[in-house]
Design a binder for this molecule. Structure first.
Ligand SMILES: NC(=O)C1=CN([C@@H]2O[C@H](COP(=O)(O)OP(=O)(O)OC[C@H]3O[C@@H](n4cnc5c(N)ncnc54)[C@H](OP(=O)(O)O)[C@@H]3O)[C@@H](O)[C@H]2O)C=CC1
Ligand SMILES: O=C(O)[C@@H]1CCC=N1
Length: 271
């Protein structure tokens, strides 16, 4: 990695906190300055302030990382640009927010031509196993692109997308979807207990299978369908179960509809 950037992280909640934890635990941790109302969320080696007005005025971040709710972002950026003045001149914005496009964020930061890196990470970043989609606005320099890519690669896999709107599809595929996987863990655990297993045993098995299947998908090159077929003995138990799940109106339709709903909501948030 090039010399570590200074990050000003706005918001250290679920996503900002996951990134901060991932970065602090990474091989080349960036210098982390955090603004969050809940002061207790800062991981070790970072500096935290409760609000923009507490930040030293000579702070010169390489990246302002926006991890607050989209609705709060413009006001916070306006306040930051007034507070830091010319010290914000060369900073790029790095948004992880599901909403607010590059142009809106640049404008709120006081410069229409501000470099904006829009990303869509996910909470597995907290354990270095994240997946992030990145879009670079035309103003982002080559060295900013490299720094931002390396930064997100420290907490997982990175995909760079050519169009800003592609980030909505990234939200559907990897931003929101850890929640579906956690839901699957909940449902498997519940099904196991309903079938008579002790709850702790069911919980352990459900969590372990998702980890194991995830590790195979991560470590092996085989298509997911090949891995699925390897489990599916002809006329066996898996075939019987998949007959239910793979019926068009069950998982295929549900996953398609859920993805479309995530994209619809992302469009609403994206003004
Ligand atoms: N959660 C996820 O899995 C993902 C979230 N994102 C994006 O990340 C962003 C944040 O989401 P998430 O982390 O879930 O939300 P959280 O509410 O958990 O985190 C936001 C944090 O910022 C703080 N905050 C907000 N405004 C201010 C302010 N003006 N001054 C100081 N602190 C402030 C909040 O404090 P308080 O609670 O007191 O308001 C909170 O601690 C969203 O834009 C979302 O789209 C992207 C990918 C995945
Ligand atoms: O639910 C949300 O809006 C955010 C974006 C992706 C995951 N969480």
């Amino acid at each position: 990695m090039m010399s570590g950037p200074t990050l000003l992280l706005l918001g250290c909640g679920k996503m900002g906190g996951a990134l901060a934890k991932g970065w602090v635990d990474a091989k080349h941790p960036p210098r982390l300055i955090i603004i969050d109302r809940k002061l207790q969320n800062a991981p070790g080696n970072s500096v935290i302030y409760r609000q923009v007005s507490d930040l030293p005025k000579d702070t010169r971040p390489d990246f302002v990382v926006l991890a607050i709710k989209p609705a709060a972002s413009e006001a916070m950026l306006r306040e930051l640009s007034q507070h830091l003045g010319s010290n914000l001149e060369n900073s790029a914005l790095l948004s992880v927010m599901a909403g607010k496009n590059c142009a809106t964020l640049a404008k709120a930061s006081g410069r229409d031509d501000r470099a904006v890196i829009r990303t869509m990470p996910n909470t597995p970043a907290s354990v270095g196993a994240g997946a992030t989609g990145i879009y670079f606005s035309p103003q982002v320099t080559q060295s900013q692109k490299q720094l931002a890519t390396e930064l997100m690669e420290q907490v997982g896999d990175v995909v760079i997308v050519p169009h800003e709107d592609d980030l909505r599809s990234v939200i559907a595929v990897s931003g929101s979807s850890p929640a579906y996987v956690f839901l699957l863990a909940e449902l498997l655990e519940k099904a196991g207990t309903e079938l008579g297993l002790d709850q702790n045993a069911s919980r352990k098995l459900a969590r372990s299978v998702i980890y194991g299947a995830g590790k195979m998908l991560h470590d092996l090159d085989d298509d997911a369908s090949v891995l699925r077929n390897n489990v599916t003995s002809p006329n066996g138990t898996t075939a019987a179960a998949l007959k239910v799940l793979m019926t068009e109106e069950n998982w295929p339709q549900s996953v398609r509809k859920a993805s479309q709903e995530a994209v619809r909501r992302a469009k609403e948030l994206d003004d």
